[in-house]
Design a protein around this ligand. Structure first.
Ligand code: HEM
Ligand code: HEM
Length: 188
């Protein structure tokens, strides 16, 4: 839990962890990698002739289901306190910005995943993950709604990439200019 010390075997308080837990770090970097891959796949296939798109769309759907599983695990891990870190405060205003950006990233990714499923299902097709079809629990959608869901998915993908790039640059600023260990606690 944030800020909580850990009770050692003699019943005394020991220093809280200075790193995110190993699981948190794996979940963070797996999410980051999968999101970049998803974005790249989508942006590449829309530039290909229709006949060549199928393998990339298929990879996008499989990785999308994997990403949804990683995301659910990550949120569950976070809300149950598994990330295990105490924040070294950078001042109230900076902390608020950091928390707002992280919170926004979580919300945007959650909405993007939902839009991905809906964009596929609304076209009357299943989400096929590694060969296993996941059929739509909904009835048919009209064409305009299908189109809108695809558009929203596409715009939000750009929003996530822009915000995540700013977030990554902020982490690099911490590492290279402030040298305060913020990147290290997520990296190693
Ligand atoms: C954060 C994760 C994701 C990102 C960044 C992402 C990104 C993209 C991008 C850039 C495109 C191309 C959009 C365009 O036409 O301009 C796309 C299309 C698409 N994605 Fe995703 N995607 C993600 C997750 C998912 C998931 C989880 C699914 C479904 C399980 C999914 C299903 C689709 C479908 C069906 C399309 C075609 C939409 C259409 O044109 O109607 N995506 N995605
Ligand atoms: C698509 C890419 C990325 C996404 C969606 C993402 C998302 C997030 C989120 C939601 C958190 C908050 C974790 C929590 O408190 O539960 C976080 C933390 C962090 N991320 Fe990322 N991230 C991405 C890429 C990167 C990159 C490229 C870097 C480094 C260059 C990075 C460095 C960090 C660091 C250092 C923290 C911890 C910040 C702190 O302790 O105050 N992230 N990230």
């Amino acid at each position: 839990m944030d800020g909580a010390g850990v009770i050692d075997i003699d019943g005394g308080r020991v220093a809280p962890p200075v790193h995110y837990s190993r699981e948190t770090r794996w979940l963070h970097w797996a999410t980051a990698l999968l999101i970049v891959a998803q974005f790249a796949l989508g942006e590449i296939w829309i530039r290909l002739p229709r006949a060549d798109r199928a393998p990339l769309v298929s990879a996008h759907l499989s990785l999308g289901v994997l990403l949804a599983a990683v995301f659910v695990a990550r949120v569950a891990w976070r809300v149950t306190g598994g990330r295990a870190i105490r924040f070294a405060s950078a001042g109230a205003a900076a902390d608020r910005v950091t928390h707002a950006v992280h919170g926004l990233l979580y919300v945007m990714i959650g909405v993007e995943l939902a839009l991905g499923y809906l964009a596929r299902w609304s076209g009357g097709r299943p989400v096929v993950a590694f060969g296993v079809p996941i059929n739509s629990p909904f009835g048919p959608f009209d064409h305009a709604t299908h189109h809108l869901l695809g558009q929203a998915h596409s715009w939000l993908a750009w929003g996530i990439i822009v915000l995540a790039t700013g977030h990554g640059l902020a982490a690099l600023y911490h590492a290279l200019v402030l040298r305060d260990g913020v990147l290290r606690r997520m990296w190693g």
